[in-house]
Design a protein around this ligand. Sequence first.
Ligand code: ZN
Length: 136
Amino acid sequence: MVDRLSKAERSALMSRIRGKDTVPERTVRSMLHRMGARFRLHRADLPGRPDIVLPRHGLVIFVHGCFWHRHAGCKHASTPSTRRRYWQAKFEGNVARDRRDQRRLRALGWSVMTVWECELRRPERVSARLARRLGS
Ligand SMILES: [Zn+2]
C-alpha cells in the first residue's frame, strides 16, 4: 500500500493538529471562562509550553490530541499501517517529551492535568473535573 500523504502535506496536517489554537483547547478555555478562572496560554517559559496555565491554582493543563500524544487504550491512538517505523519513532518521541515536560513541571511545583481530546465528547465530565480541581 502506498502512503498517500506527501511530506509537505503531512507537515501541514501536523502543524494544524499541533497548532496553538485547536478546537479542543478552545473548548476547555471556554469552560474555564465560565468558571471565572484566570489563566494564561502557552507560557513559553515553562517546560512544554503548557496550553493553559492557572497561576493562582498552581495548575497547568495540557489539551492533548489522542493520536499524536498516544492516549493509552484509546481507539483514536491508532498507528497508520504504512511506514510503521516512522510513525512509531515519532510517537515515542512525543510521549517521551510529554513525560519529560510533566516531570519538570512537577519539579517546579506545578500540578499537571491532561485533558484528552476524546474526553471532550462528554464535556460535562471534563467541566466537573476542572471545577473539582479549581475548588469551585
Ligand atoms: Zn483518547
